[in-house]
Write a protein of this length. Structure first.
Length: 94
């Protein structure tokens, strides 16, 4: 199991608009990515969000990056800072 965490700033005045776009177009694109098991987006502060993505393995996460970059690019109008991405293999779980 491999996780990617993406942190970025967003325009809070457009939150509902951005979430509507994610529901109407982004959700199906993410579901079509091989090896992507789950995606959770959390608001971590004023105008700050974190996406936690779980993949079956690092190879799937790497193979998915062109599509993920395309998807994030389509949401750029809602972002106020470039995404910062970290990733790693699970070493412990509960």
């Amino acid at each position: 199991m491999y996780f990617r965490v993406t942190i970025f700033g967003f325009d809070e005045s457009r939150l509902d608009e951005g979430l509507a776009k994610m529901d109407s177009t982004i959700r199906d694109k993410l579901k079509a990515i091989a090896g992507l098991e789950s995606v959770h987006e959390c608001q971590i502060g004023d105008g700050q969000a974190m996406i936690i993505s779980r993949y079956d393995n690092e190879a799937s996460a790497e193979a998915a990056q062109p599509k993920i970059q395309e998807i994030l690019g389509s949401m750029a109008e809602y972002m106020t800072s470039p995404p910062e991405v970290k990733g790693g293999d699970v070493i412990w779980t509960m």
